[in-house]
Ligand binder design. Structure first.
Ligand code: HEC
Length: 114
């Protein structure tokens, strides 16, 4: 959660469920990973994080983050909708909102794209 907040939220949306202010500043636009959680396999997420995505604003993180940090943020993103209760509490206390699909609003994930 911390690694995401420090490095990724700027482009991919913050944990208070607001879309990124930079969302419209990139083409292609960065997917809003908190509002629309990924259902990609972990290796796919890890690969995108590690190598970046060519010809887009998505940086390669392998020089900025340690191997273990890349895996941590990967597993965070792939488990957004099934975080343990303690993590959900921490999220709620820190950001005043609930993780996706844990709240009564029931986020609409139908716009997910691959
Ligand atoms: C400077 C802006 C920027 C930052 C910072 C950034 N990203 Fe991205 N990211 C992008 C953009 C733009 C794309 C979309 C690329 C595309 O459309 O193919 C993307 C795509 C992705 C994808 C692929 C999503 C999919 O649909 O498969 C993942 C995963 C991802 N980012 C994770 C991260 C993580 C984790 C971090 C922090 C360590 C991060 N990004 C930081 C801009 C950013």
């Amino acid at each position: 959660m911390k690694i995401y907040t420090m490095n990724c939220a700027l482009c991919h949306g913050t944990l208070d469920n607001k879309p990124s202010l930079l969302q419209g500043s990139f083409y292609p636009a960065p997917p809003q990973l908190i509002l629309h959680p990924l259902d990609d396999p972990e290796w796919h997420i890890y690969y995108a994080v590690r190598t970046g995505i060519r010809y887009t604003g998505m940086p390669a993180w392998n020089k900025a983050l340690k191997e273990q940090e890349m895996w941590k943020v990967t597993s965070f993103l792939s488990r957004l909708e099934k975080l343990p209760p303690a993590v959900q509490d921490y999220w709620k206390k820190s950001f005043g909102s609930l993780p996706p699909a844990a709240g009564p609003e029931g986020e609409d994930h139908s716009q997910h794209h691959d």
